[in-house]
Design a protein around this ligand. Structure first.
Ligand code: SAM
Length: 294
């Protein structure tokens, strides 16, 4: 343990509140009562490890230098994820969404599919999407597929780009998928270049609007639950504007758009809800459709 680690930074409630406000303003991430303990422990640990004498000093450094701000932010991100995290979502992609898009785009030349994994963490989500596309699309090579995977966390993106995962982290990948899409390397299993080149990883803060062209599908799973209501509503409006008519928004299991003033059509299919941006002619259709078990 070095000298800095032994020093205990004095971090007051006021300092915590200022750090919380800064992170919320810049990223939309809210640390409410339920996450207060996680938040204060991480801020205090970080201040101690970095050798700041006080919370005020930490805050000053965060305001002065983006690297200091990002170093603190990295410690506060929740980046839990896994391959095929919600099997029902990938089944819906295979059985419902892709067949519909194949029909819709059949005569398009080039036949392009643009997908955004917003809040992709360490990459398991965009890789699962790419694997599902290759397993499902007939004549996958005839498609021009672009998957954009973004996250605010640089460390997570580095792991995503390295594309190498331990056996423990790939338990939900089937034998057949392993054989087709992974190679054994010293550190674990690496996703093959064929899949990797379908995905572009980029650092992006969802609280700041960036123009990225129209998307057919947006996956934003387990990100909105951490957002303030104001930022969440603004982001959902942006997702709506970014989607092609007939495009889909997919959220995590504990997230819904029930209180959001944006006109998606909600399709309940087995264990998931698909949010579809209506086509112009769909406007008379019901806002809620149940197609499988709720
Ligand atoms: C719990 S993970 C979810 C990962 C994946 N979507 C899933 O469901 O398995 C949430 C991710 O959202 C990212 N995130 C949080 N706030 C963000 C923001 N303002 N802009 C971009 N990414 C953000 C975090 O860094 C984290 O990687």
């Amino acid at each position: 343990m070095n000298e800095n680690e032994r020093r205990t930074a004095e971090v007051t409630e006021r300092d915590l509140s200022e750090v919380r406000k800064l992170i919320e303003e810049r990223t939309g991430i809210l640390f409410d009562q339920s996450r207060e303990r996680f938040f204060s422990t991480r801020v205090r640990e970080h201040a101690r490890e970095k050798g700041f004498a006080s919370g005020a000093e930490l805050l000053k450094a965060m305001l002065r230098a983006n690297t200091e701000y990002e170093a603190m932010l990295e410690k506060l991100l929740t980046q839990e994820t896994s391959f095929f995290r919600y099997p029902a979502v990938y089944q819906a992609l295979e059985k419902r969404i892709l067949p519909e898009l194949q029909i819709k785009k059949f005569w398009n030349n080039p036949r392009t599919l643009r997908i955004w994994s917003a809040g992709c963490s360490t990459g398991e989500e965009p890789y699962s999407i790419a694997i599902t596309l290759l397993d499902t699309l007939s004549l996958a090579d005839a498609w021009n597929i672009e998957i954009l995977a973004t996250d605010v966390g640089r460390q997570a993106l580095k792991i995503a780009e390295a594309a190498t995962y331990s056996a423990q982290r790939t338990l939900s990948v089937s034998e057949a998928q392993f054989a087709s899409y992974f190679t054994k390397v010293n550190e674990g299993q690496q996703v093959k270049p064929r899949i990797r080149k379908m995905i572009t990883f980029a650092q992006m803060n969802l609280a700041q609007a960036v123009y990225m062209g129209r998307m057919d599908l947006i996956f934003c799973m387990n990100v909105l639950i951490y957002f303030s209501e104001e930022k969440r509503n603004a982001l959902i409006q942006r997702f709506y504007d970014t989607l092609e008519p007939g495009g889909y928004l997919l959220l995590g299991h504990s997230e819904s758009l029930s209180k959001v003033p944006v006109k998606f059509q909600a399709i309940v299919l087995n264990e998931c809800i698909l949010y579809r941006k209506p086509l112009p002619g769909d406007l008379q259709q019901p806002e809620l459709v149940t197609e499988g078990r709720a």
